[in-house]
Design a protein around this ligand. Structure first.
Ligand SMILES: CC(=O)CC(=O)O
Length: 232
């Protein structure tokens, strides 16, 4: 199977209006920047986006919010984005706020083929509205469903032509689970290498989960590397 595509525009070409997409990243760390920019260029609308956060005003999913391409956000952390706040308060944007551990587990369960699970997070709060509740060992739990998507978009440090992916440091975050939860997984990588170049022991996502891969460009390094001296 030929998985390598020329660029982000080719990779996302079949994402249509009303699609559900899941995006890796924590804060601005490890987000699929090139794919997001390609979605802005394509102008695809009414998207449901599943992502831990909604970017900031000029970066990440904030770009798709600015152009009003997102109909619904399913996230756990949505601070630091004034346009998000404005759209939420005006009713333009549907928002499903999910506890962070529940979000991570719902995505992971989708990749594992487990349809639902029980968690104590959110019991007795608004989060529990309409959800099945069960008692285990004298403690109350909510049933939460696995979270699937039409497309998963992730950004890795290195990837090979077979789609095997290696993430660098904290950019791994939600991405390894997200890569397994979409019907079609698109990976952008900083370095596209030949099969055999990646140490098998260092591969975080096996190529079987990845349908398309491309070498991205112009990655912004917003977080500077700092040497912190520990006091004795
Ligand atoms: C605190 C967080 O949850 C970080 C983020 O994704 O913005």
């Amino acid at each position: 199977m030929q998985k390598v595509v020329a660029n982000a525009d080719a990779a996302i070409a079949d994402i249509q209006d009303n699609a559900t997409i899941m995006l890796g990243g924590f804060g601005l760390c490890g987000i699929p920047e090139n794919s997001i920019e390609a979605l802005v260029r394509k102008g695809v609308k009414h998207l449901t986006c599943i992502s831990n956060n909604a970017g900031v005003d000029d970066f990440g999913l904030g770009l798709l919010l600015k152009t009003r391409q997102i109909k619904k956000m399913m996230s756990s952390y949505v601070g630091e984005n004034a346009e998000f706040e404005r759209q939420l308060l005006s009713g333009e944007l549907e928002v499903d706020l999910i506890p962070q551990g529940t979000l991570a587990t719902r995505i992971q369960m989708a990749g594992m083929g487990i349809p639902a699970f029980y968690t104590p997070a959110g019991y007795g709060t608004e989060i529990a509205t309409g959800k099945e509740v069960r008692e285990f060992n004298n403690k109350m739990y909510l049933m939460e469903y696995a979270l699937h998507a039409d497309f998963s978009l992730v950004k890795a440090w290195k990837g090979d032509r077979f789609g095997n992916l290696v993430f660098r440091k904290t950019t791994r975050n939600f991405s390894t689970s997200i890569a397994k939860a979409g019907n079609i997984t698109i990976a952008e990588v900083e370095h596209l290498v030949e099969p055999g170049e990646l140490d098998p022991d260092h591969i975080h996502v096996a190529g079987i989960y990845v349908h398309r891969i491309f070498q991205g460009t112009n990655y912004e390094k917003r977080i500077e590397r700092k040497t912190v001296k520990m006091e004795k």
